[in-house]
Design a binder for this molecule. Structure first.
Ligand SMILES: Cc1ncc(COP(=O)(O)O)c(C=O)c1O
Length: 387
């Protein structure tokens, strides 16, 4: 690297460090149940989205069988020669459960880019909740559509925007998460569905953190609230409660056909390895039977919130994402370091992942945890005046 670049990059890194925004990769030496081994010591993992504990359930024999006949990688994109048999099995299983066609993408990030950029362009309007995931924000920018971000969960503001702008655009999309990834709260889904209908807008619902945890069959919050058939486009991921990797979109047949001809993040990327899709299928098929794990993790979340003095209404109290908002990034880093010494892995979540001044710990739980393992965490957070 020439000296110009060396100085440039050094300056930028120093600026990040000064604002306590420099990130580094934690070396995860081993993983077992709810524990991760870091720097030689087992610590309770409060930073995984494996809410049901499915991540460790792929047996070596199952993996070996797929690997022996299909090898490791898919070798090409889905539209060329990567569309292996497991994709068909998985999309069929998704379609049977959700009652509509499904399209599997290589990750949730790519699914969100593909859906938004595939369905909206320069002549269109997108209205998105202020706190949607970075993948959706990037998608808004990349789509070329006119977009506005309404205040978090403020459906009155959304309605005003629709009233003000809808008429000037060809298509309108409303984009939100069901369970918000960093706050663990949700919007009024029934009212959103109604608004979308009234203004002829397409509702795009990212259920990344709700799948597995909510719904009678674990299909997400829309299923839990009885509005599944009214959500136009539903995005789900396999990397969180399903313990695998990849993502899917549930949508009308014609939109599926359009996306697979047009969504660049679908077309121009290598297909998922067969063994990964086979595992996603196995995990997805198990979902309906995992009611006990769902109840367990939701119960743990409820108790933890209560112990920390955090209130959340109704079902929201059961979301296994418990944010402990600390404010400054420095403070979040200091508390995270303290917890690390006490045997907990709870990394600090800082801007731009969350808005400025709202750095936090995002405590995520899994059904594999015991209430007794969380007691010392609550105790330490109280001592640090975080609860
Ligand atoms: C709400 C939400 N959508 C999409 C994604 C992206 O999914 P993936 O990790 O599969 O790319 C994430 C998390 O990573 C997320 O939290």
């Amino acid at each position: 690297m020439g000296s110009f670049w060396e100085n440039e990059i050094k300056r930028e890194l120093e600026a990040l460090k000064e604002k306590a925004l420099l990130r580094s990769l934690p070396p995860i030496e081993d993983r077992r149940g709810p524990w991760v081994k870091i720097e030689g010591k087992w610590r309770l993992n409060l930073a995984s989205n494996d809410y049901l504990g499915l991540g460790a359930t792929l047996t070596w024999e199952e993996a070996q069988e797929v690997l022996a006949s299909w090898g490791a990688g898919a070798g090409a994109s889905r539209l060329l020669s990567g569309n292996h048999l497991y994709y068909q099995f998985l999309e069929q299983a998704l379609e049977e459960s959700y009652g509509r066609p499904a399209l599997v993408f290589s990750s949730g990030y790519l699914a969100n880019l593909g859906v938004i950029c595939g369905l909206a362009g320069r002549r269109d309007l997108i209205l998105a909740d202020k706190l949607v995931h970075a993948s959706l924000i990037d998608a808004l920018r990349l789509s070329g559509a006119r977009f506005y971000r309404y205040p978090h969960r403020d459906l009155k503001a959304l309605e005003d925007l629709l009233r003000q702008h809808r008429g000037r655009f060809r298509r309108a999309l409303i984009v939100t998460e069901s369970v918000f990834s960093m706050d663990g709260d949700f919007p009024d889904l029934k009212a959103l569905v109604e608004l979308a209908r009234r203004f002829e807008a397409l509702l795009v619902l990212d259920e990344a953190h709700a799948i597995g945890v909510f719904g009678r069959r674990g299909l997400g919050l829309a299923e839990e609230l009885g509005v599944l058939s009214e959500v136009d486009v539903l995005v789900g991921t396999f990397g969180k409660a399903l313990g695998s990797y990849g993502a899917f979109v549930v949508l009308p047949e014609a939109m599926k056909n359009l996306l697979l001809s047009k969504a660049r993040s679908f077309i121009f990327t290598t297909a998922l390895p067969p063994v990964v899709v086979a595992f996603s299928l196995k995990a997805f098929k198990r979902l309906p039977a995992l009611e006990e794990a769902r109840q367990r993790v939701r119960g743990l979340a409820s108790s933890l919130r209560q112990a920390l003095g955090l209130s959340a209404p109704g079902l929201e109290a059961q979301v296994p994402i418990v944010p402990v908002i600390l404010g400054a990034s420095e403070r979040a880093l200091a508390v995270s370091r303290d917890l690390f010494s006490a045997g907990f892995w709870a990394p600090a979540i800082r801007p731009p992942t969350v808005p400025e001044g709202t750095a936090r710990l995002r405590l995520s739980l899994t059904a594999l945890m015991e209430e007794s393992q969380l007691e010392p965490l609550v105790q330490r957070l109280r001592e640090l005046r975080c609860a």
